[in-house]
Design a protein around this ligand. Structure first.
Ligand code: F6R
Length: 610
């Protein structure tokens, strides 16, 4: 995730900026930069790659003489990692510099408007529109100019802004992207994250959305967008550095689970326009090419493959195109029946998984059109695909995926709706209904996290000493069972398996005995009665059953030992909700067993070898 740090005060700013950026490096980045005002002139230094590249170039900051500056580590979203796309971005005249975290959703319109007025762009980023808008709307005052620019922006942002004509000031603002202010006797700071400034101050302001900050060396003033002063309470940070990196959470995994509503929002909202149309910026497939598709393969590894299993149900239901989900390591070696009439959807968080990349190449060689869903911009899979759709989940640090899985899932839903619409296979009402449910997903996920956090801690205590667990479900519930089972086993080391509930009788039921843990996913309305029968079958053999179902299915209480109720949504979207308590369950059981949650034994975050 991008990182921001800014400083104005008595000290030299550039070394402080480099130090702050180093503290933000754990979040993941692909380029870095600083902007300062040196001898009255705005100076920008930025470079793709490791922070050391930038640091060496400016001698750790010692090569720059300045008491005011902003710095940034970039995690590419709009535009590949490159020097030009790195922040800070500069306005045409060169007097404004801006660093930005978040996504400007209406940047395409703003960019077109600015280009019409003769503005020249140097980067592929959404952020650059902000620098040019500052120039365009400049009224001599930095604060009021920024307020006007904010009026033009849609999306999420944390901004740090410098202007050559106001050499002792930084203006900052946030909306749906974190930003704090740090206060010290030797100057004041802004930062996207506490670790960036923790060695200099523990006194901070937490900013609310759209609070405008005027940062000077000897004071900080905060205003509304109408420039009315805001009084804020200074808060004292008590975390140590390690806790601060995780935002105060014990592990990156729980932090990333909690970040899911934001990640979903960032992934969904740029893809749905004001008219309720799906806009898939990364797809260049023509209507004719779509019509020619006879078969879809979804190919991936691990959790990304589990997304593909959900995708099979969703794509077949909505597009009526035969769809297979396949493991990349199998697909690549079995001469898959793939040709020009095949669409191959490749899913990968890292974009570097060796088997997935090899499967992509295999599919392309056989003539398939490759559309990838990737989280890391500029990764190998993104580069080699015909079309790429990015999940805006931000960097995922915990080995066990959570927010990447959730955003991949919703991306597949959007792709299915997009294809169904273009092929005329979905009615307006169905489309409207599904889209409005998709838009509600971030809020519903947030509600589930809030209501179940404590409950799952308690259940984890109950289940922590089980040796085996079985996850059951039908259709999309089965697809979620695969992921729920993997989440539990990979971080808690409890043996766990997932089964299509209807398969139980064909063998596996012989494993069920007194006190076997069975987690029954029963979100799928159509099949609720069937899953309920399976619950009865395992109960009769002594299993302890935890059931997950929707709020209206209270009949389940007569059969299951514990029930987790989740809000009702369209059947095809249930996985997005069901998976969340399952992630929490895995996390809290692993916590109760004292496991190394963020780095489970024998596992790596990115599997770049076969
Ligand atoms: C499990 C997990 C892995 C990954 C798999 C693919 O929690 O994270 O199963 O899903 O290794 O990785 P990517 O998505 O980077 O291709």
């Amino acid at each position: 995730m991008c990182g921001i740090v800014g400083y104005v005060g008595d000290k030299q700013s550039a070394p402080l900026l480099i130090e702050g950026l180093e503290k933000l490096a754990y979040r993941g980045y692909d380029s870095a930069g600083v902007a300062v005002i040196e001898n009255g002139k705005l100076r920008i230094d930025k470079a793709k790659g490791h922070l050391e590249v930038l640091s060496e170039r400016i001698d750790g900051g010692a090569a720059i003489q300045s008491n005011v500056g902003i710095g940034h580590t970039r995690w590419a979203t709009h535009g590949r990692p490159s020097d030009e796309n790195s922040h800070p971005h500069r306005s045409g005249s060169g007097r404004f510099a801006v660093v930005h975290n978040g996504i400007i959703e209406n940047y395409v319109q703003l960019k077109a408007e600015l280009i019409d007025k003769g503005v020249e762009f140097c980067s592929e980023t959404d952020t650059e529109v902000i620098a040019h808008l500052l120039e365009e709307l400049y009224d001599g005052e930095l604060l009021s100019t920024v307020a006007k620019v904010i009026g033009r922006l849609q999306g999420s942002y944390a901004l740090g802004i410098l202007c050559e004509e106001h050499p002792d000031e930084i203006v900052a603002i946030r909306s749906s992207s974190p930003l704090i202010v740090g206060l010290s006797d030797a100057g004041n700071f802004i930062a996207s994250d506490i670790p960036a400034i923790l060695s200099h101050t523990r006194k901070i302001y937490h900013l609310e959305n759209d609070e405008l900050v005027l940062l000077k060396g000897d004071g900080v003033s905060i205003y509304t967008l109408e420039l009315e002063p805001v009084l804020k309470k200074v808060e004292e940070v008590t975390w140590d550095v390690a806790a601060a990196e995780k935002g105060g959470y014990a592990h990156f995994m729980i932090k990333e689970i909690i970040e899911q509503p934001r990640a979903l929002q960032d992934t969904i909202s740029p893809r749905v326009d004001d008219n309720g149309e799906i806009v898939l910026d990364g797809i260049t497939l023509t209507a004719q090419q779509l019509k020619n598709i006879k078969k879809i393969y979804i190919v991936a590894c691990g959790s990304a493959y589990h997304v593909g299993v959900v995708g099979k149900y969703v794509l077949e239901k909505l597009t009526r195109i035969p769809t297979e989900a396949d493991l990349a390591s199998e697909f690549r070696y079995r001469s898959p029946l793939v040709d020009e009439s095949t669409l191959c959807i490749i899913i990968s968080q890292s974009g570097e998984t060796a088997d997935t990349l090899a499967a992509l190449r295999e599919a392309k060689e056989r003539g398939a059109r490759v559309l990838s869903i990737v989280n890391v911009v500029g990764s190998s899979i993104a580069n080699e695909s015909d079309d790429v759709l990015y999940t805006w989940a931000g960097p995922e640090i915990a080995v066990a995926t959570t927010k990447a899985y959730s955003t991949q899932l919703v991306m597949l839903d959007l792709i299915a709706l997009y294809i169904a619409k273009r092929l005329g296979r979905i009615t307006k009402e169905e489309m409207r209904g599904l889209l409005s449910s998709i838009i509600k997903l971030p809020g519903r996920v947030e509600a589930i996290i809030e209501s179940y956090d404590d409950r799952l801690r308690e259940l984890a205590e109950k289940f922590k000493d089980y040796e085996h667990a079985y996850f059951l479900g039908r259709n999309v519930d089965y697809a979620v069972a695969l992921e729920a089972s993997l989440k539990l086993k990979e971080i808690s080391y409890i043996h766990s398996e997932a089964y299509a509930a209807g398969e139980l009788k064909h063998g596996t039921i012989s494993l069920i005995e007194e006190n076997t843990l069975v987690v029954a996913l029963a979100g799928c309305h159509r099949l609720f009665a069937k899953t309920l029968s399976n619950i009865k079958e395992v109960k009769a053999r002594g299993a302890y059953v935890l059931a997950v179902t929707t709020e209206d299915n209270t009949a389940i209480e007569q059969e299951a030992d514990d029930v987790l109720y989740i809000p009702c949504t369209k059947e095809l979207l249930m996985p997005s909700l069901e998976v969340v308590p399952m992630q929490l369950l895995g996390y809290y059981i692993a916590l109760a067993r004292g496991c190394d949650i963020d780095k489970p034994r024998n596992l790596a975050k990115s599997v770049t070898v076969e």
